[in-house]
Design a protein around this ligand. Structure first.
Ligand SMILES: NC(=O)c1ccc[n+]([C@@H]2O[C@H](COP(=O)([O-])OP(=O)(O)OC[C@H]3O[C@@H](n4cnc5c(N)ncnc54)[C@H](O)[C@@H]3O)[C@@H](O)[C@H]2O)c1
Length: 245
């Protein structure tokens, strides 16, 4: 199955977790993939393990200059740019009373501004070529969360800007969709929690388990590929039924 043959992709936060698995699936599907991340060593090793069709570039999604370098790297590596996966993100638990304005803005800068800057930097290379942008939001961008207001606000923003971008970029031949994972087994979801708490959270999901990164990455691959050629401006939930009720 080489449905991404001849395509060039840039994945932010592709060093590990959901983005790292998406990088692997895209490479296996025949794409040339650039992993952009602030995690230098992990990202370089992951790209090397994926082989010569993968490459690493340092990318801090909060910086417009860093995005320009990453897009130029992806265009040089892949002979153009067809796919952008805006996956980099950070998460911090905390209610409104426990979150400082600085902590709030840090989350906005990475999760929200980072996605905007990514789309802004990639468009000149993608316009007119039938490309796809996949923005990783969350179920926290679909329903409220009681203990992560700042994160939820940024993920609602990603969902909204995806629809605006779809309207703007559709006539230029670029599709834009958002992906909304629930509780997925990665460093992010495990941080600061005991295995018992992780298990207890998983037991409240209708499918009675956390998702695996590959179960989200398969959806990213589908949205990045021509198999989803009539989908744009849409939101795709992958959560084991978490928000079905
Ligand atoms: N794991 C979950 O349960 C879950 C649920 C819903 C949504 N998500 C979203 O999925 C995406 C991937 O998360 P994950 O679970 O794989 O987490 P992760 O922490 O394993 O991976 C996130 C990646 O983003 C990178 N990153 C962070 N700040 C960056 C920056 N400024 N510039 C570039 N890269 C940066 C990290 O270095 C890391 O490689 C995130 O957007 C996250 O919000 C995750």
């Amino acid at each position: 199955m080489e449905k991404m043959l001849g395509k060039s992709a840039l994945i932010s936060g592709g060093a590990r977790g959901i983005g790292g698995t998406a990088a692997r699936l895209l490479v296996e599907a025949g794409a040339k993939v650039v992993i952009g991340d602030v995690l230098e060593d992990v990202g370089r090793k992951h790209a090397a393990d994926l082989g010569p069709t993968a490459s690493f570039v340092h990318l801090d999604v909060t910086s417009e200059a860093s995005w320009q370098k990453a897009v130029a790297h992806a265009v040089a590596h892949g002979g153009g740019l067809n796919v952008l996966v805006n996956n980099a993100g950070i998460f911090r638990r905390g209610g409104i009373a426990d979150t400082t304005p600085e902590q709030y803005m840090q989350m906005v800068n990475v999760n929200q501004l980072g996605v905007f800057l990514g789309m802004r930097a990639a468009l000149p290379a993608m316009r007119g070529k039938g490309g796809a942008i996949v923005n990783i939001s969350s179920t926290s961008g679909m329903v409220g969360s009681s203990n992560s207001c700042a994160y939820s606000a940024t993920k609602f923003a990603v969902r909204g800007m995806t629809k605006s971008a779809a309207l703007e970029f559709g006539p230029l031949g670029v599709r834009v969709n958002s992906v909304h994972p629930g509780n997925v087994d990665t460093d992010m979801s495990r941080a600061g929690l005991t295995p018992e708490i992780v298990q207890s959270m998983a037991s409240r999901i209708p499918l009675r388990r956390q998702g695996q990164p590959g179960e989200v990455a398969e959806l990213i691959l589908w949205l990045a590929s021509d198999a989803s050629s009539f989908c744009t401006g849409s939101e795709f939930v992958v959560d084991g039924g978490l928000i079905a009720g």
